[in-house]
Design a protein around this ligand. Structure first.
Ligand code: SF4
Ligand code: SF4
Ligand code: SF4
Length: 344
C-alpha cells in the first residue's frame, strides 16, 4: 500500500450544473487529445457527462463501492466493459458502400455493447409537468485522499506535490486493477491491449505550460472553471471557499475529491391548477443531498438569494462570476493560449 504525500497546491475543477448544456464538447475534447490513438483506449472516455437522475457511466457506478470506511480503503466492484458501454460498431460497409442502402438499414453489428456513455440522455426524473433533469460532467477527482493510490500494490500511482494531480507510472502498472476497485467514482479504465489501467491525467502537459485542461477550455457553456484552490483570486477559490456554492460529489466516499459542483436550481413546481408552488422543490431536496451531502441546502440558499438580488437589479458578485462575462476568468492562472505553444 502506497503512502500519499500531501500536495503543496491543489488543482481544482468547478462545474456549474445550471449552465452545463450536456453538449459533450468536454468529453470529445478530452477524447481527441488523449485516449484516442493508444490501442486499447477505444472505449475510454476520461470525461463523461451524464443526465441526472440516471444510472451514470459506468452503469450504476454509485453503488459499486470503493473509497474509505472507518478502517481504511475498501475495495469495490471493478466495472466491466459492458458497464462502461461504448464500443459500438455499425454496418456502414453494407449500407453505405455495399449498395444495399435501399434494402438494409443502419444497425449495430454483433459484438457491440448494449449500453452507451450517456444512455439515460435527457430522461431525468419527476412527472409531467414537473419533470426535471440536469447534467453532471465527471472526470477523475484528483482526490486529496486518493483510494486508488493507496490501494495499488505496485506503487504505480502517485499524487504530484506541485499541483495534486493523480498520475500513474505506466511502466510500473502491472494491471492489478486494485485502483479500479478502490476508486469509488469508477473513473479508471482497463486497457485490454496493454494490460494496464488508465485514467484522466489532468492534462498535466498543458498545466505545465500554463494552459487550462481541454475539458475546461473548450466548454461552450461557460460552465467549467479551473484553478488552484488556495489562489484567492481564482474563481474556484471563490465558489468553494469564499461563497460556498460549489460542493464535492459524494463527499461520504471519503476520498476528498477536488472536482466541485454548483448544484442545480429549477423553476418552482406547478400545482394542478397551473399556478407555481413557490415553496416547493421541483428537484427533490433529498435527491440533491444524496449527491452533494447536507451542505447542498446552504449552497442552494445562497444561490437563490443572489439570484433574487440580480432579478431586483442589485449587484451580485456570485451571479456575475457564474454568468462569466469574460470566459478567461474561468481559467485561473492557466489562461495561456495552447496555439502559442510549440508542442513536442
Ligand atoms: Fe457541459 Fe461544458 Fe461539458 Fe458542454 S462542454 S457538456 S456545457 S461541461
Ligand atoms: Fe483516484 Fe478515483 Fe479519486 Fe481519481 S477519482 S483520484 S481515480 S480515487
Ligand atoms: Fe481529459 Fe484533461 Fe479533462 Fe482529464 S483534465 S478529463 S485528461 S481533458
Amino acid at each position: 500500500m502506497a503512502t500519499i504525500a500531501e500536495a503543496k497546491r491543489q488543482l481544482t475543477w468547478v462545474f456549474d450544473t445550471n449552465k452545463c448544456i450536456g453538449c459533450q464538447t468536454c468529453s470529445v475534447a478530452c477524447k481527441m487529445l488523449w485516449p484516442q490513438e493508444d490501442p486499447g483506449t477505444e472505449y475510454q472516455w476520461w470525461m463523461t457527462v451524464n443526465t441526472q437522475p440516471g444510472r451514470g457511466t459506468p452503469r450504476d457506478w454509485e453503488t459499486m463501492g470503493g473509497g474509505y470506511n472507518g478502517e481504511g480503503v475498501k475495495l469495490g466492484h471493478i466495472p466491466t466493459d459492458e458497464e462502461f458501454g461504448g464500443g459500438w460498431d455499425y454496418n456502414y460497409d453494407e449500407v453505405l458502400r455495399g449498395g444495399k442502402g435501399r434494402k438494409v438499414h443502419l444497425q449495430k453489428t454483433a459484438g457491440s455493447k448494449s449500453w452507451g456513455m450517456n444512455w439515460d440522455e435527457d430522461e431525468g426524473g419527476g412527472e409531467f409537468p414537473n419533470a426535471y433533469f440536469f447534467y453532471l460532467p465527471r472526470l477523475c477527482n484528483h482526490c486529496t485522499q486518493p483510494a486508488c493510490v493507496e490501494a495499488c500494490p505496485n506503487d504505480a500511482m502517485f499524487k504530484r506535490a506541485e499541483d495534486g494531480i493523480v498520475l500513474r507510472n505506466e511502466d510500473a502498472c502491472q494491471g492489478a486493477q486494485a485502483c479500479a476497485a478502490a476508486c469509488p467514482y469508477k473513473k479508471i479504465y482497463f486497457n485490454q491491449t496493454r494490460k494496464i489501467s488508465q485514467h484522466c491525467i489532468g492534462c498535466f502537459p498543458r498545466i505545465e505550460q500554463g494552459v487550462a485542461p481541454a475539458c475546461v477550455r473548450q466548454c461552450p457553456g461557460r460552465a467549467a472553471f479551473v484553478g488552484f484552490l488556495d489562489d484567492e483570486g481564482s474563481m474556484v477559490n471563490k465558489f468553494v471557499e469564499q461563497w460556498k456554492v460549489a460542493l464535492p460529489l459524494h463527499p461520504e466516499f471519503g476520498t476528498r475529491p477536488n472536482v466541485y459542483y454548483v448544484p442545480p436550481l429549477a423553476p418552482a413546481p406547478l400545482r394542478d391548477d397551473g399556478s407555481f408552488d413557490e415553496g416547493g422543490d421541483r428537484i427533490p431536496a433529498d435527491y440533491l443531498e444524496s449527491l452533494f451531502g447536507p451542505a447542498v441546502h446552504g449552497a442552494l440558499d445562497v444561490l437563490r438569494t443572489e439570484l433574487d438580488k440580480k432579478r431586483r437589479g442589485q449587484d451580485s458578485a456570485v451571479m456575475d462570476a457564474l454568468i462569466l462575462y469574460r470566459w478567461k476568468d474561468a481559467l485561473g492562472h492557466l489562461s495561456r493560449d495552447p496555439a502559442d505553444i510549440v508542442w513536442k
